[in-house]
Design a protein. Structure first.
Length: 243
């Protein structure tokens, strides 16, 4: 299916270990026959996520590429997206035409979001194991990403989390915005995730999709080499920086 224009760029953000790579694997498994998909992963110093996805065998290896950000992960998806844009454009050129490029952010704090300069739409991944109250805490990704995924719902009984309550809290925090409970062990939930991606792609191709900026991340703390640390923000238009 050629769209006649560039691929839909879909960002996947969320804290460390919630299931960003697994969500990409789920999407690829469900949709790889239907769409030509490429993947860009972001890690600080490694290509661990790209290797995980290659090992999962969900796409030809050469369509999965790693960006090593070398700095705090949110910088490369929000403040200076040039490394990622170059990687996406090279992938699109090498495999022209691609329908969808999935971009995994490095695992970060709860408030990291993609810039609309890099992605057309973004999903934010939380997991049940992170605690049932996390969804209530809100923040730009939880509140305003195009989709919130509550992953690993199969673990609810094992970690004493009421999954239905967590999903309801998430819906309230998003004022009705879409929320999906997902587990790779529950095929219907993976199908629902794939259906959401299919729907966004259809809107994108028709020109009916408007990228939304969830907003900049909240002020946050970075430890420095003296172990002291400092607070800072990522206001709109702020210069790229190193930590
Ligand atoms: N039980 C269960 N475990 C899952 C599910 N999805 C992912 N996991 C496990 O959760 C762990 C983290 O998953 P990843 O997909 O690597 O998470 P990530 O967000 O990409 O992690 P980072 O890139 O390191 O931030 C792995 O051990 C997965 O096997 C799920 O639906 N159910
Ligand atoms: Mg990952």
């Amino acid at each position: 299916m050629s769209t006649g224009k560039r691929a839909l760029r879909l960002g996947i953000a969320g804290p460390v270990g919630t299931g960003k790579s697994s969500s990409i694997a789920n999407i690829c498994t469900a949709l790889a026959q239907e769409f030509r998909i490429g993947v860009i992963t972001n890690d600080i110093y490694t290509d661990e996520d790209a290797r995980f996805l290659k090992a999962a065998g969900v796409l030809p290896d050469e369509r999965i590429r790693a960006v090593e950000t070398g700095a705090c992960p949110h910088t490369a998806i929000r403040d200076d997206v040039s490394m990622n844009l170059l990687a996406v454009e090279a992938l699109e050129e090498d495999f022209d035409p691609l329908d969808i490029v999935l971009i995994e952010s490095g695992g970060d704090n709860l408030t990291a979001t993609f810039s609309p300069a890099l992605v057309d739409a973004q999903l934010f991944v939380l997991d049940v194991a992170g605690g049932g109250d996390v969804a209530r805490k809100g923040g730009p990704g939880i509140g305003r990403a195009d989709l919130l995924v509550i992953n690993k719902i199969d673990l609810g009984p094992h970690v004493d989390v009421d999954v239905d309550l967590m999903l309801d809290d998430a819906k309230k925090a998003r004022e009705g915005g879409p929320v999906l409970g997902v587990s790779r062990k529950v095929p219907d939930t993976v199908d629902a995730l794939a259906a959401w991606v299919r729907e966004v792609h259809a809107r994108f191709v028709k020109g009916d999709h408007t990228p939304v900026d969830p907003g900049p991340m909240a002020p946050h703390f970075h430890a420095d080499e003296d172990g002291e640390g400092y607070m800072h923000t990522h206001a709109e238009g702020e210069e790229a920086h190193q930590h």
